[in-house]
Ligand binder design. Structure first.
Ligand SMILES: CC(C)(COP(=O)(O)OP(=O)(O)OC[C@H]1O[C@@H](n2cnc3c(N)ncnc32)[C@H](O)[C@@H]1OP(=O)(O)O)[C@@H](O)C(=O)NCCC(=O)NCCS
Length: 285
């Protein structure tokens, strides 16, 4: 019999300290958007992330910040010089299936990625939520993007709670245009410690329901869906799309069908490791 180690609860003070430490390590200061000038800075950053003409509307960001939504800017700079905006996060409260922050967008300027700014923004969002008694954050992301899956599930410890086929319909931005906007909705328990950064150990008893064949095409194995099953995704979906590689739409279709089937069978997505989603029975706290 295995005994589960209880995950320590995190309160606002601890979350705020952790958020500050991660922001310091990333070399950024995170502030709340407080007026229209800051909302314009968010809009400009969003255009750098998703492309010209599709930045988040300035009036919407202003209203969201005014109402007390979570609108954050990350900037870096040395003393005496104007700060450079490097990232932002936007979220608003929702109450479908319980009170939560819906984190609509987190974006980091391309040249400032992979040095901890995204993590600093997520932890700052978490601290604001816990300060106000909100213990759950939800958001959606494209389940074909392995780096985002790693960030959301492995690094933050969120879990997948729904598959939303073509959630936004056709999108016009530089990341999503021309693709089906399938999304995995995830839930992040904010009062739990982050997972420890252990190297992903291979799972001996994992049964793959979808895998890459020797030429990189998706191959449904025919294994029945159930708790403990794994769904492989390509590690380089964005590159396949950029090259108009025919394996990209094949993966979109195969992963969509598999995840839709998994949720229809009452399963959830518990983890992501080695470019595989691990399916589980819903966890009831
Ligand atoms: C997703 C995004 C916000 C992450 O920001 P970031 O500053 O690069 O993330 P961090 O440096 O804090 O990395 C956090 C973790 O995720 C991984 N990661 C996230 N995005 C990654 C990417 N694009 N490439 C490589 N690794 C990535 C990092 O390796 C890191 O994991 P580790 O600590 O185990 O090494 C950023 O890549 C981005 O703006 N992407 C485009 C917009 C987007 O997809 N937004 C999210 C949905 S709205």
């Amino acid at each position: 019999m295995t005994t589960e180690t209880p995950t320590p609860l995190v309160d606002f003070t601890a979350a705020a300290a952790e958020a500050r430490a991660i922001a310091d390590a990333a070399g950024v200061v995170i502030t709340a958007v407080d007026e229209v000038t800051a909302a314009r800075r968010v809009n400009q950053l969003a255009e750098r992330v998703w492309g010209p003409g599709v930045g988040t509307a300035v009036d919407l960001v202003t209203a969201l910040a005014h109402a007390g939504g979570v609108a954050l800017l990350a900037a870096q700079g040395t003393a005496g010089e104007p700060a450079t905006d490097v990232g932002f996060a936007l979220g608003f409260l929702g109450w479908s299936d319980g009170l939560h922050l819906h984190s609509h967008q987190v974006g980091v300027a391309p040249e400032h990625r992979s040095r901890g700014v995204g993590l600093a923004l997520k932890l700052a969002q978490r601290a604001v939520c816990l300060e106000h008694g909100v213990r759950l954050m939800r958001w959606t992301f494209d389940p074909l993007l392995a780096p985002n899956a790693h960030f959301n599930l492995a690094r933050l410890g969120a879990s997948g709670t729904a598959f939303l086929p073509d959630f936004y319909g056709q999108m016009a931005d530089s990341i999503n245009a021309g693709d089906r906007s399938d999304r995995l909705e995830i839930s992040w328990r904010l009062d739990r410690a982050l997972p420890s950064k252990r190297p992903a150990a291979p799972q001996a008893n994992e049964s793959l329901v979808l895998e890459a064949d020797s030429r990189g095409w998706p191959h449904p194995t025919g294994e029945p869906l159930g708790p403990g099953c794994a769904v492989e995704i390509p590690g380089n979906y964005s590159e396949l799309r950029q090259l108009a590689d025919p394996r990209a739409p094949a993966w979109r279709q195969a992963v969509g069908e598999t995840l839709a089937g998994a949720f229809a069978a009452g399963l959830t997505v518990a983890e992501f490791r080695n470019s595989r989603y691990l399916l589980a029975a819903p966890h009831r706290p």
